[in-house]
Design a protein around this ligand. Structure first.
Ligand code: HEM
Length: 223
């Protein structure tokens, strides 16, 4: 049964929708948490420490964080694998290009594919930059994320990479949220306009919230 569902295009689209929503929930929380940077190093570093102790004493240190990490990895892999398989299917359904210059895929499909690849690469870089510190400019300081964030956004390439990725994220969420709602059956003639507005507002809030951090460092509000 599960196999049949997974093999169908609707099954893969459902996996994309559900894993997308899981990542979206994480991103909303991450964006809100990041805004604590505007309240100074004490509050931001305290929040980062809390992330490692959530659920104590029931949970051991970092258990909750690791649960979240595992859920995110599962979501990222499921999202990427079904996206890849759906696009292979698309190509097989139309192996020959149109005679006229019309592209094989729509503008939205192409931006979603490229956007997804850009975000995947960004996440790897972001983890090396601010989680492991492997690719961090200057000396990475374990347990002091405030200073690490300020270091990153004190470089031109840090600002460029993050802002470009966050803009790609906004576009991806705008279309992705809408597609997920359609796949999960929330769309209808009367609801579609409202769903588009929710997608726009969500994408805009996420983009603005994430971009505020590099802009805050660049303007000296955060230093
Ligand atoms: C300006 C934008 C962003 C800033 C300032 C930022 C900041 C940070 C910081 C400081 C950490 C390390 C937290 C810690 O170890 O305590 C982190 C982790 C992380 N960020 Fe971001 N982030 C941004 C955007 C994003 C975006 C757009 C994504 C996803 C598309 C993302 C995904 C993640 C993930 C997956 C982690 C790892 C969490 C973990 O396993 O510990 N971040 N971010």
């Amino acid at each position: 049964m599960a196999r049949t569902v997974w093999r169908s295009s609707l099954g893969k689209k459902t996996v994309m929708a559900v894993s997308g929503i899981v990542m979206l929930l994480y991103l909303v929380a991450h964006m809100i948490g990041n805004l604590k940077i505007f309240f100074g190093p004490g509050e931001f570093n305290h929040y980062a420490h809390w992330l490692r102790t959530v659920g104590e004493p029931f949970m051991h240190e970092e258990w909750t964080l690791w649960l979240i990490r595992v859920a995110l990895v599962v979501a990222v892999v499921a999202h990427a694998v079904s996206a890849y398989q759906l696009s292979r299917r698309d190509l097989r359904a139309r192996p020959v290009k149109y005679v006229h210059k019309k592209p094989r895929t729509s503008y939205a499909t192409r931006t979603m594919r490229w956007g997804g690849i850009i975000l995947g690469l960004f996440i790897v870089w972001h983890l090396l930059d601010l989680t492991t510190g492997t690719a961090h400019p200057g000396g990475f300081q374990e347990g002091r994320p405030y200073q690490n964030v300020v270091d990153t956004f004190s470089t031109w390439y840090g600002n460029t990479v993050y802002i470009a990725a966050v803009l790609a994220l906004g576009l991806h969420v705008r279309h992705g949220f809408w597609s997920a709602a359609q796949t999960l059956g929330a769309g209808s003639r009367t609801r579609d306009r409202a769903l588009k507005t929710v997608a726009d507002v969500l994408a805009l809030l996420l983009t603005a919230g994430f971009v505020a951090v590099p802009v805050g460092v660049m303007t000296g509000v955060v230093s």
